[in-house]
Design a protein. Structure first.
Length: 481
């Protein structure tokens, strides 16, 4: 009874929330859950494994277009790391895109947009901006908080992209602005476009809408980041869990996951296209940290997100980058080392579970993602969803309203359904409640399993489950060491 009571306390704790200690805005501060996990759910398009995705029939032609010649390979357009530190020691100018981390108390500001009809933080019925973006005052006066390096009070909108990226770490919300300027005379923020992304979800921009990037995608999850590239991992198993943002000189329309077009050049790649580093590319001669970057290019690829210089890979501003290492290493690869995967490709439908990172520490937030649609299972089916605790037998079942009921792996009578009699060909909306949880430190330590069990309708009514009654069991492991 004492063990069950302790587990019950832990399960109830999963419904509560704690908060990190308040801290001021931090340039390049720690991001919620990443590393080791991705910023968005593990089944987000930035983290889609494309290593076995089919090659597009037009791949060779697209690569020729990037190279601007028909017979360049194996030479061709060289890769370039579009990121680094200060342009010169102590300079205002910087390489790469900075980002800022704030807490949930950061005051929100209104921003007046050039493209207000496709921006967030605007009442589109009246075209009126309202306080929405948690923009720190430091960005107005401090160098290095806005892309390019000059403070936001310096108007360089006609000369630079001037991105400003802000993360609310408490809510896991991402705010991105393009072409920003702060008008000190009128105490007003301006930008070309602005976009909000809830990092707990996989919501895309509305079709045809831009973002702070031409493709309508979020920028931050596709950046090469120092904390991922140089993550200290004694086990040697850590890998960067996402694709990278890449630019090309011209584009033609857009495909999934992009939502916006910014060109119609015949023969060019569309926004949202993916390039994948060929599996046969030998990485053994590269420095270990560069190998980590290039392995991610093999597994997740590069996503075309903006018009710019061909094969420029975008990363964060960070004074710790060593471009004497990065630049020559990137230049050893060319567009010829890549192939274009099938335009708009998505993994086939199926039951999928994911948690936002593989390992959690106290104060970090766990979020879950469940894909239920699978045409192979028309139903009727009963669904059970929950967590296997580290003792291996105690279960915490998620109910239809998001609560918990404890059960035991060996006692089918203790199982509690999430939904009954559903068809996975077209499951009803809202079957899986949204779920997030911040670890308090009081939970059982060890390895957990996030699990989905699908069985024939009514199979557990008699408290017995046979092999022929099981439709499928899908799991996603994670740990709280």
């Amino acid at each position: 009874m004492r063990t069950i009571a302790a587990l019950l306390v832990a399960a109830v704790a999963l419904l509560g929330h704690t908060h990190l200690a308040d801290a001021g805005p931090a340039l390049g501060g720690p991001l919620p859950g990443s590393p080791p996990g991705p910023l968005f759910p593990a089944d987000n398009w930035w983290s889609t494994d494309v290593s076995t995705a089919p090659v597009d029939p037009g791949s060779a032609s697209y690569i020729q277009f990037i190279n601007n010649c028909t017979s360049c390979c194996p030479a061709g357009r060289r890769l370039h790391p579009d990121f680094g530190g200060d342009v010169a020691p102590g300079s205002v100018g910087i390489y790469g895109i900075p980002y800022v981390v704030v807490d949930g108390t950061q005051p929100q500001r209104s921003v007046i947009f050039q493209y207000s009809d496709e921006s967030d933080g605007v009442d589109h019925a009246t075209d009126t901006s309202y306080p929405f973006y948690p923009l720190p005052d430091e960005a107005i006066t401090h160098p290095h908080w806005v892309e390019g390096g000059d403070p936001a009070s310096v108007n360089l909108r006609s000369q630079q992209d001037r991105h400003l990226i802000v993360v609310d770490r408490d809510r896991r919300h991402l705010y991105e602005l393009w072409n920003v300027w702060y008008d000190t005379a009128h105490a007003q923020w301006y930008a070309g476009a602005g976009a909000f992304f809830d990092m707990n979800t996989n919501a895309r921009r509305p079709e045809t809408w831009t973002s702070a990037d031409a493709a309508g995608l979020a920028i931050l999850p596709g950046l090469v980041r120092y904390d991922e590239v140089y993550r200290d991992d004694p086990s040697g198993t850590y890998e960067i869990p996402h694709a990278f943002r890449v630019t090309v000189r011209n584009t033609n329309g857009h495909v999934y996951p992009a939502s916006h077009s910014a060109g119609n050049r015949s023969g060019a790649l569309p926004m949202g296209a993916r390039l994948r580093l060929r599996a046969s590319t030998d990485l053994s001669g590269f420095p270990p940290e560069v190998q980590r970057i290039f392995r991610a290019m093999k597994k997740y690829g590069l996503i075309v997100a903006d018009n710019g210089s061909d094969m420029f890979i975008t990363g964060t501003y960070d004074p710790r980058w060593n471009n004497d290492v990065l630049n020559p290493a990137f230049a050893r690869l060319t567009a010829c080392d890549f192939e274009v995967i099938q335009l708009g490709w998505q993994p086939p439908p199926g039951l999928r579970l994911a948690v936002n990172q593989p390992t959690f520490a106290t104060g970090e937030t766990l979020t879950t993602s469940v894909t239920l649609t699978d045409p192979r299972f028309p139903g009727p089916i009963d669904l059970y969803l929950g967590f296997v605790l580290p003792d291996g037998h105690t279960l915490a079942f998620i109910t239809s309203v998001g609560g918990f009921v404890l059960g035991d792996r060996a006692d089918f009578g203790s199982f509690r359904t999430l939904a009954t009699g559903v068809s996975l060909t077209a499951p009803p909306a809202g079957v899986v409640p949204s779920f997030s949880y911040r670890w308090t430190g009081a939970e059982p330590r060890g390895t957990y399993q996030f699990a989905l069990l699908a069985v024939k309708a009514g199979a557990l009514a008699d408290g017995v489950l046979t092999a022929d009654e099981v439709i499928t069991l899908v799991t996603a492991p994670f740990s709280f060491p």
